[in-house]
Design a protein around this ligand. Structure first.
Ligand code: ADP
Ligand code: MG
Length: 250
């Protein structure tokens, strides 16, 4: 996925994103980091046509996403939005709906096969006939992730997917995302506030600050200087059991 010079202003006129550029290889898990109001959700919405950037390109395997029709886009990009709830549907039907971009005259045996295989792989079979609004937050988030995956996207967008989950579910969801990225060579782009979860699961990191890219790259860009610039706190980055951990100094 390659983003070049993407800029966006809301109709009220304030410019939110200025010349955003970055590249994220297939199979990589990218964390978008930044304070509240930095423009992170706006950026993800630009990738999924929810918002139209005024300029810039977003290319995936040579295709400019911004020029695609909705059904074509839905075969390239899946979006797990912030605080997504889902309709009053069973888990099975929720996943089947994820196959809609591929359906011509209705549900094909292949669609059911993909849904059933995904339910099994993500250990969600026991929830298949339950309604989405009767699940716990962790279960629902896994189902919505499964729905995004049956779309077989090349790019998976996640907006704060762990913010309402307990510790175990945070790890499980991010571990699933990372496995699926690798296995299917999907680029995952995730907005997340927990730097330590990001450091544990992601391959690349992008600091968004005042609508611009402050820094982007591998783990080595998560420095005390960038953390101070973005979040306004003093912190050190230490290694604990081989993993970098951000420790604020209060
Ligand atoms: P983040 O996800 O990084 O917290 P957002 O992308 O949601 O930030 O918002 C970035 C900025 O754009 C904020 O200042 C917010 O108030 C503004 N904003 C968000 N949505 C709209 C909208 N629909 N119309 C006008 N301004 C908006
Ligand atoms: Mg947001």
């Amino acid at each position: 996925m390659e983003v070049r010079d993407l800029s966006f202003s809301y109709p009220c006129g304030r410019q939110i994103l200025k010349d955003i550029s970055f590249t994220a290889p297939a199979g990589d898990f990218l964390a978008i980091l930044g304070n509240n109001g930095a423009g992170k959700s706006t950026l993800l919405k630009c990738f999924d046509h929810i918002l139209r950037p005024q300029s810039g390109t977003v290319t995936v395997e040579g295709t400019d996403l911004l020029t695609l029709k909705p059904a074509e886009l839905a075969r390239q990009v899946a979006f797990l939005a912030q605080g997504a709830e889902g309709a009053r549907l069973t888990v099975y039907d929720t996943l089947l709906l994820g196959r809609k971009p591929y359906m011509k005259w209705g549900v094909a045996p292949e669609d059911r096969a993909i849904v059933e295989e995904t339910l099994a792989r993500m250990e969600l079979e026991h929830l298949a006939v339950r309604y989405l609004d009767q699940l716990s937050g962790g279960e629902r988030q896994k189902v919505l992730l499964a729905r995004a995956l049956v779309q077989e996207p090349k790019v998976l967008l996640l907006d704060e997917p762990t913010s309402n989950l307990d510790l175990r579910n945070q790890y499980e969801v991010l571990d699933l995302v990372r496995q699926e990225c690798r296995r299917r060579q999907i680029t995952a782009v995730m907005v997340i506030h927990d730097l330590n979860l990001a450091l544990r699961f992601c391959d690349r990191f992008l600091f968004l600050h005042q609508g611009q890219v402050l820094a982007e790259g591998p783990m080595s860009v998560v420095t005390p200087e960038h953390i101070r610039a973005v979040y306004g706190i003093d912190a050190s980055v230490e290694r604990i059991q081989g993993t970098p951990v951000v420790v604020p100094r209060l």
